[in-house]
Design a binder for this molecule. Structure first.
Ligand code: NIG
Ligand code: FE
Length: 424
């Protein structure tokens, strides 16, 4: 190396989980090949990773000055900043009463049909001001960042009217400007039927297509459009109409697919070339096959199955069929009120028979790929953005194992230390 590279931040001595491969997403046998550098160095300049490797290969080649910040990660694990590609971050109120009703045996969809569920969060979200939604969103992003999550997808869908849907998306825009977690905004106006359109479903679909979607586009408030395609919610036909319009307007697509019933959401995702198909608890074999013939990322949300006490998505079938599985929390006030992506990794191992190597790819590079960002984040590689998490254990296999425990000591976002518990 002729010119030595001046280093702003050097993290040295940890077990570095790079999650790097030659192309993305990661699938098949590659999911088992988690690339590691033991006692590795990660060097950053500005917001970019400029060197990754062992001490032996890098020592003497890097320009380490008095200005270089050094983190001693000896005995710790360094991973790419975690990516949570499916959350309902912004909502008013909370639904702990339903949580305990469900704990006593009440059914999630039955609560929804009786006027609770999503509708109850819609009432609460409509009442809250933009400032209140920003405030609670800020607190929740703090929880996530503390757990090593540096990129979060956020859906609207608790407004179901023009004003409140825009208010939710505006809250995401404000939060993006004031805190370090990168946010990816998704419009989910098709999340439930609003009371105003209970007896006129086609009218609501028309309203979304002709009024809300063009406005969201005009104000550049979302990158993705999502629909809750489910029995009693949006049919496959209604979903297809919304997605078609969204596509015409230039949005990318994600879908709540085959969550409670086998409706063909996975097939629709493949047909329409969506970025992701999420949930998939009830996906059929044909649905898995259709996904396998497409570029759609299946995103599994096992903490939702855990919370709803429903059967888990057939992760093994999908992985063994070569699908590039990703994982997310589904953080929301109803079906899954946890923001803990590490817990999701543990549940994925315990209840979906995923290996630790698979879950690390699923919450880093494959999650990033589902958000169209695998060229920039999701792995530790030269040239990529320096988004990193450091965990207080000496082997990556101990991270899902100590389930429910937050092991994160340090978080780096775009080359800056944004969380640190002071350990050096
Ligand atoms: O992904 N399934 C639909 N939407 C959310 C739940 C939203 C809620 O209960 O508030 C989900 O599980
Ligand atoms: Fe969801």
């Amino acid at each position: 190396m002729g010119n030595r590279v001046p280093i702003d931040l050097l993290i040295r001595g940890g077990q570095v989980v790079t999650a790097a491969h030659s192309s993305y997403p990661v699938r098949g046998r590659q999911m088992q090949e988690l690339h590691i550098v033991d006692q590795g160095w990660v060097a950053c300049q500005g917001e970019t990773i400029v060197a990754v490797g062992s001490k032996e290969t890098l020592q003497g080649k890097l320009d380490i000055t008095d200005q270089t910040q050094i983190i001693d990660a000896t005995g710790q694990v360094v991973t790419p900043g975690l990516v949570d590609p499916h959350t309902h971050l912004i909502f008013g109120g909370s639904r702990e009463d339903e949580f305990y009703l469900r704990a006593q045996g009440a059914d999630y969809m039955a609560i929804m049909e009786a006027g609770g569920g999503i509708a109850s969060s819609v009432r609460a979200t409509r009442k809250e001001s933009l400032a209140e939604l920003v405030q609670s969103g800020r607190q929740r992003l703090g929880w996530m960042l503390n757990m090593g999550v540096t990129t979060v997808e956020c859906k609207s869908g608790y407004g179901l009217d023009l004003e409140t849907e825009l208010k939710q998306l505006e809250a995401v825009r404000i939060l993006q400007q004031e805190q370090p977690v990168e946010l990816v905004s998704t419009f989910l106006g098709a999340h439930a039927w609003p009371d105003e359109y209970k007896d006129d479903q086609e009218g609501y679909v028309d309203f979304l297509i002709h009024t809300v979607l063009p406005r969201v586009k005009e104000e550049d408030l979302a990158e993705y459009v999502d629909v809750f395609t489910e029995k009693g919610v949006f049919s496959v036909e209604q979903s297809r109409r919304i997605f078609q319009k969204a596509k015409e307007l230039g949005f990318k697509l994600r879908i709540h697919a085959d969550e409670m019933n086998t409706l063909g959401g996975a097939e629709l995702a493949a047909e329409m070339g969506m970025s992701s198909a999420d949930h998939l608890l009830m996906v059929s074999d044909q649905g898995i096959q259709a996904l396998g013939e497409s570029d759609v990322i299946p995103i599994l949300l096992p903490a939702t199955a855990f919370s709803l006490r429903k059967p888990y998505a057939p992760a093994r079938k999908m992985l063994d069929a070569g699908l590039p599985v990703a994982l997310a929390t589904d953080f929301n006030p109803g079906s899954c009120p946890t923001a803990n992506l590490s817990l999701v990794m543990s549940i994925a191992c315990l209840y979906m028979a995923m290996t630790p190597e698979e879950v690390f790819h699923a919450v880093t590079i494959n999650a990033a790929h589902s958000l169209g960002r695998s060229d920039r984040i999701g792995s530790i590689e030269v040239g990529k953005q320096a988004d990193l998490a450091i965990f207080a254990v000496d082997h990556y296999k101990k991270i899902p194992y100590f389930f429910g425990v937050n092991l994160v000591t340090t978080v780096v976002k775009q080359g800056k230390i944004v969380r640190s518990d002071g350990k050096r």
